[in-house]
Design a protein. Sequence first.
Length: 718
Amino acid sequence: MPTITLAITNSVARDTQFQQDIPTNSYGGSSGFSVGVTTSTYAVTRAVLFFDLGLIPNDAVINSANLSLYQTSGATSRTINVHKLTQGFTDSTNWNTRPSFEASPSASFVSVGYGNVDVSVDIKDLVQRWVNGETNYGLMFKDADETTLNTLRSFQSFENAGKKPTLTIDYSIPSTNKNQVEYVGSSGLKDFILVNNFSLPLPSTAKIGDVLIAHLVVGDSVNTPNTVSFPPGWTKQMDQPTIGSNPKVVIATKTMESGDGSNLTVSLGYSAVAQGVVYAYRNVKSILRFAHTIRSSPPFSPLSTTYTAPLDKTLFVILNAIPGYSLSNIIPPLSYDEKLDGYPTSGNVLATMEIAHRYMHKSRSQTQSETTITPSSAVSGYWVSALIVLEPYVNNLPAVTLTSPPNNQTLTEGNTFTIAGSATDTDNGNVVTVKYKINSGTERALYSEVSDGSSPISFSKGLSYRGGRLYDGATDVSGLLAEGTTHTLSIWAVDDKGGTSAVVTRSFTVKHNKVPALTVDAFTPVHSGLIPPDTLTLSGTVSEPDGNTVTVKGKLNNGSEKTLLSGVSTGNWSFPFKVSELQAGPNTLTITASDQFGSSSVKSFSINNSVVQTPLKKAVARYKIIPPRGSAKEILAWLKREKGDLVVDGEASFVDAGQLEQYVAMSKNSIDLTSSISEDELLSTVATAKSNLTFKLTFSRSNTNSTQAATMMVGVIE
């Protein structure tokens, strides 16, 4: 995390003030500036200050930014607001030409009611806005309440001989999603004595994709010009023509590749003294401009006229060589960050060499005076100065537009929660991935596609809500969502260069699916005297609190379920079953009410079937006879029975359809067929044929222990 202090000595900087009561006066060049109000209601005074940020990379992460001022006077403690300027100013700016500014302050500080005190102002957020691309016009100091008189206080300016304003910035360059050219190191200055070829080490920090800049000074003669040859892939940006017996300056560039190794080998036309250095810059998209000048007198600048770059966020790199001199230092232009300044210490000095660069941010132009270098002492001969303008790879952030879901949607059981919209990325070829998460849960990829730089990337995914959770197919993507709580869907896009869009959010709530309400009517706990054909009925009601469709089913023991009610949200149900369906002993009857989503209520009942077999002395069997011809007037039956304690009597009923049965005793004649079997002949006749015939037999015995039984019966009707 580099820390740099910007001051009038290393950066382009200026300050001034303007007064309301003297609207045409300007105060540029004064040793101080004031803020506040004097004794006059029209004597409002404001101050403005500017630091160029050429020493700070564009799009860096600002960890801290503290503005240091020295206050020389103050009558009372006051709050001073710091406002971002939206127009520039010069030393000649006055009240009438004062720049506009943002109404809301970017920062503020408390100015004490006395003088000779250091003041520190945190302007981190404002500096971050500037390096992120907002135009830096500077800032304004303004009393928070300009209606109060006698609030004036003074601070030392850049022109003061004492403490001057400074801005100390601690920053970091992102490891991914870089939008700035980054200096990553040099090989160090090397020198060689009378060689035909020499090897310069590449910067140890360089890696594939970095741009390498070789800056060489080689012995030469106008009578025998030397040649300088580079390996394939290197591009000579300049090969200075021979000037007398002076050495020549050569600059070449290359994008580092996997086969470049760790050294640059340079071949000369003949043996000569040489010196050089290799620099490495990262995240360079292209070299926009190369220019150089050869001068024997000031100004020492690579430019003859103003140069304007075609785009923002470039890096201006100046390389200087002063052949024949071992200067203590070369002073770079203001706002240029010097990375190397020196000469070989072995004594074989061909030149003093320097490199410095400036981040241009929103600025695009540099004049000759803004790129002029100052040597530490006077020089004669000539000076070679070059300018390389580097364009960074700028990864434009993707953006997301959401068309669904609507905000504040309420989800009920079975709903589909549709996430739909589009993502855009103006960088052709970037792989864009749309992501989402529910509340603070797991980030999940929704869709991915390669951007063509212009067309929206559409995406859509339907999540299903069931059981209090959101599912993507069978995968739970939300966990259990509480009812009565606002939940958040977050959607954003990332690209494969590390860029991340703004996060779009939608709020939603959920309703949990309620189980059907199942009730059972009162059921008589004890039934006696029942016989197998008798029917029992269990009944009740069901209602679905969410209005869903409900189905009620009943089951006896492990038998098949029977549907009792379906297709309604509320209703009555009943479950009839015969005594004969009950097994002896305990039985379980189960009633289940389920809605269309599987939520269910279950009620189970135990029924104890206590079978009591009581021997009978009399039993009746009743037979319904259907005449084949539609009616009949006579029934004749023969019944075989075991001889002993068993008497069989018959009755018959002949009535028309719809009439009640009317039984009349049948005539009976009995004979013994064998020693153990008797046969009874039973006959009943009416005068008029009837359609509804019923035949009833009564079996009687005097002793309940008797075992005689009927063995066969046949009969006819007429």
